[in-house]
Design a protein around this ligand. Structure first.
Ligand code: NI
Length: 168
């Protein structure tokens, strides 16, 4: 399976809202397979299409990873309710290399969307899964987790990225 290249910050591509996916055809299924190979290889627990250069409302996740792989696909997902608050500790992102930070998230969310067969699904998630879904759905809206941390911390990260880019 040919893996995909992950788009990383500060690429502006990541900060645009994605387009709804209208047709779940063979090309989409192929993309899902390549995204999953990319996510497991990274390794990561979630990946949004926009992170691999595809501006569509699609994400994949697997919070079990290697123990017992169970790939989930969400197409055109929307968070329809949020409850509570939790500190997501040391959150990270494949598109934000070498950086982690605590992020305030809802502790439970309800998400509506479609699976890869086009079947409507409604999902009640809490704890880690709720955090992963909020993080990935943020990607579909052009938001990165560093947009949700203090501006001081964000500036620190931005400076370190600039330094690295200059060093290259
Ligand atoms: Ni991410």
């Amino acid at each position: 399976m040919e893996k995909l290249e992950i788009v990383t910050y500060p690429d502006k591509f990541l900060s645009q809202p994605t387009q709804p996916l209208e047709d779940i055809d063979a090309q989409v299924q192929d993309m899902i397979e390549r995204m999953s190979a990319t996510m497991y290889e990274a390794p990561g627990v979630g990946l949004a299409a926009i992170q691999v250069g595809w501006n569509k409302s699609l994400l994949i996740y697997d919070v079990f990873r290697d123990e017992k792989r169970s790939l989930h696909v969400l197409i055109n997902p929307k968070i329809i309710s949020r409850e509570g608050e939790v500190l997501s500790e040391n959150e990270g992102c494949l598109s934000v290399p070498d950086f982690r930070a605590d992020v305030k998230r809802a502790s439970a969310v309800t998400v509506e969307g479609y699976n890869r067969k086009g079947k409507p699904i409604k999902l009640d998630a809490e704890d880690f899964l709720a955090i992963v879904l909020q993080h990935e759905i943020d990607h579909l809206n052009g938001t990165l987790f560093i947009d949700r941390i203090s501006s001081l911390k964000r500036q620190m990260y931005k400076r370190s990225v600039k330094k690295k880019l200059r060093a290259k």
